[in-house]
Ligand binder design. Structure first.
Ligand SMILES: *Cc1c(COP(=O)(O)O)cnc(C)c1O
Length: 456
């Protein structure tokens, strides 16, 4: 197909797109020349819904006029504010309302959930992650392992087969420093693709779960890998994990608002995600957690407590003993950041209106079209590393650039594309179904093609 034919195709696909008007509900950043940028990075920071300002202004106004009384008398009372987001968030992730709550930020939530769901003992102590997991997840997991291992104070909780760690028994201080060399700890199982491949095969993941079976305490993978854009088979992984006797959690930073999820039906134990990527809540926006209904009354599991997780009816009696709420809300610590929640609410209402099913349908077409455009360019300096199977990806396509040539990325940036470069050699592109068009994908292709030609 020629670029001209692709152009005609983009026009008709945009024409037929039932979601095309949603683009107008977002602020599209402009280039210096006043034209819209080609925004391909909603996987990193989602665009601002035009309605966000009014949502935040309402809270500023109520604060101005009511002061502390706003907790009860604001138009949207602050006391239960997080509850206004629950139903819509549940719809995004395929959960029951009792299974989700909006709170804190992502890495904080990963830690809080691991406090509850990573319970290593002498035989079952391993955590399985992707070898190229997002660094923060890896730091969190490794520090959890280290925390539990050091807890035994000389008499370690579980065997440490690492050769690089120092001998814990020689350290006597109560505040013993963490040992180094944790990356090689026997408690960390890292999934790597086969030689010469960039994505993981489901069959290999399942096999690895079986292999570590009895010693596996927790599986914690990204729902969609941030680097390759690969969508994992969360249902199959959860099933296999449970069969092995492990707890299964997912980091959905790149999945929430990107792909259709059925966390409840898949029996996922827990999940956490941020909301500033596909969910458009703004920089540093407030994050979400999922805890399966099966654990909603597991009050015997340890958790780090705070007053916002305390039973609502008696929270303000200010008693000394913690009585956790049922469900995900019981993991809350603090009273919620209202401005951030107001921004997230503006976006979630749009998601609720559009529906994840319709968004996923458009997403498959949009990403498929971008793939076609890249195939048409047909240049051996770029190759797509994201799976070609639409069932194994969301909207993101990651392009590997030959010889790690970052200047190609700089050249497209110069021409109005906003994408991102991930070391050592990948450009990530995410046409987002809420506000990106088929025309955007074509425009991206033209710019990339021009930049490649100029380098011939
Ligand atoms: C974006 C992202 C994070 C970021 O964590 P914060 O705590 O929100 O800063 C962590 N993990 C993954 C997989 C991500 O994609």
């Amino acid at each position: 197909m020629s670029m001209q034919e692709l152009n005609a195709m983009a026009v008709s696909l945009d024409d037929e797109d039932p979601l095309r008007d949603y683009r107008d509900r977002f602020h599209m950043p402009k280039q210096e020349n006043g034209e819209d940028v080609v925004y391909m990075t909603g996987n990193s920071l989602g665009l601002q819904p035009k309605s966000a300002a009014a949502y935040i202004e309402q809270e500023l106004e109520d604060w101005k006029n009511l002061g502390v009384e706003g907790h009860f008398h604001a138009k949207n009372p602050w006391m239960p504010y997080h509850e206004f987001l629950t139903e819509q968030m549940a719809a995004v992730i395929g959960a029951k309302p009792i299974e989700t709550v909006v709170m804190n930020s992502l890495t904080v939530n990963l830690h809080l959930l691991m406090v509850t769901f990573y319970r290593p003992d002498k035989t079952r102590y391993k955590i399985m992650i992707e070898k190229d997991a997002f660094p923060s997840d890896r730091y969190a997991v490794v520090s959890q392992i280290s925390f539990h291992r050091n807890k035994g104070r000389g008499d370690t909780v579980f065997p440490d087969l690492s050769t690089q760690t120092s001998d814990l028994s020689t350290q006597t201080s109560a505040l013993r420093p963490q040992t180094s060399g944790l990356s090689s700890s026997a408690a960390l199982v890292e999934l790597s693709p086969r030689d010469g491949e960039t994505c993981l095969r489901t069959e290999d993941i399942l096999l690895e779960i079986e292999k570590h079976g009895d010693s596996l305490a927790l599986i914690m993978l990204g729902g969609v890998n941030y680097y390759t854009g690969q969508l994992f088979d969360m249902k199959a992984i959860t099933e296999a994990g449970h069969k092995a006797g492990a707890v299964v959690g997912f980091d959905l930073a790149h999945a929430a608002g990107n792909v259709e999820l059925s966390l409840h039906d898949w029996n996922v134990d827990f999940a956490a995600w941020c909301s500033y990527k596909y969910l458009n809540s703004g920089p540093g926006g407030v994050a979400g957690i999922f805890v399966h209904e099966d654990h909603s009354e597991s009050f015997d599991l340890p958790r780090f407590a705070g007053w916002w997780g305390h039973e609502k009816e008696t929270r303000f009696l200010m008693g000394p003993d913690f009585v956790p709420m049922k469900g995900a809300e019981g993991w809350q610590l603090s009273n919620p950041p209202i401005f951030q929640m107001a921004a997230l609410r503006a976006s979630l209402e749009i998601f609720y209106e559009a529906g994840m099913k319709a968004l996923a349908d458009k997403s498959a077409k949009l990403t498929g079209f971008l793939e076609q455009v890249l195939e048409e360019i047909n240049d051996d300096r770029i190759s797509i590393i994201t799976p070609g199977d639409p069932g194994q990806r969301g909207c993101q396509l990651s392009i590997r650039v030959k010889d790690s040539d970052r200047s190609l990325f700089e050249a497209i940036t110069e021409k109005g594309v906003i994408a991102d470069w991930r070391e050592p050699d990948v450009i990530r592109l995410a046409p987002v179904p809420l506000y990106n068009s088929f025309h955007d994908c074509l425009q991206f292709g033209r710019i990339l093609s021009d930049c490649l030609q100029q380098r011939d």
